[in-house]
Write a protein that binds this ligand. Sequence first.
Ligand SMILES: *[C@@H]1O[C@H](CO)[C@@H](O)[C@H](O)[C@H]1NC(C)=O
Length: 265
Amino acid sequence: MRFCFVYGLSITAVLLVIASSGVAVRLVHQQIADCEYGEDFTDMVYYVKNIFNRKYDSVYDSRIGKYVGYDEYGVKNADHYNNQDWKMLLRKAEVDTLCRYNARQYRISTIDRKVPPTVKVRQTKHADYGERTMFECSVWSFYPQAINVSWLIDGVETVTDVSSTDVLPNEDWTFQLHSYLELILKRGERLTCRVEHSSLVKSLEVDFDTFSLDAKYIKLSVGSIFFCIGFTAAVGGAVYYWWKRRSGFSPVDGREQTSTSLSDL
Ligand SMILES: *[C@@H]1O[C@H](CO)[C@@H](O)[C@H](O)[C@H]1NC(C)=O
């Protein structure tokens, strides 16, 4: 299969000539540079088309390396051009400097251009586990346009209650897309947004970060731990105090006994 891209460069010159009768005659000269090529640029064909008053006048064809004239005026022009050595050398060089160069630039910025997306998953508004809510998977700044975005719950794809924006163009020739999933998320379930794009070697999977939902439980458990530590310390202290009292001496009592015994001596 032969892919064909046409690179056209058009130069238009308009001449206004006042004829002897005093009526203005409009003469239009157009020139089109046309490069036609396949998947690799080896079979490059270059035309320079001279068009006079909307009729083909003479055309340079790189396959034969010269101009061909189409009518009396055109044949005259073609002969003239074909005898200009500098012009023939220039046209020959332009197969590379104009056609191949631009074809390469065009390919770099279109077919070969790959910009990988950045992906973020969030809740559109806060809701706890067990409450119906909407999740958004935002896929930013990718090129080319073709992309697949899907949702997984614990690694299994879900298609119900999924909606999506169109692929939206950005100003920097990249695209963005936002996919939505309505869901009642259960605690411990893993919600993933999977993105397939030609810029990625393998699909990109981003999990919804449940930290904001788990924070409550984390706070509760941290609170419980501190409560247990505090409670244990309090009970321990009380038991220690009670045990010391029962055993009949304390550091304070001990010092008093010692001083008493010294004065007795
Ligand atoms: C999207 O999915 C379709 C069907 O599975 C696949 O043919 C296509 O290559 C995928 N597109 C991308 C950009 O990965």
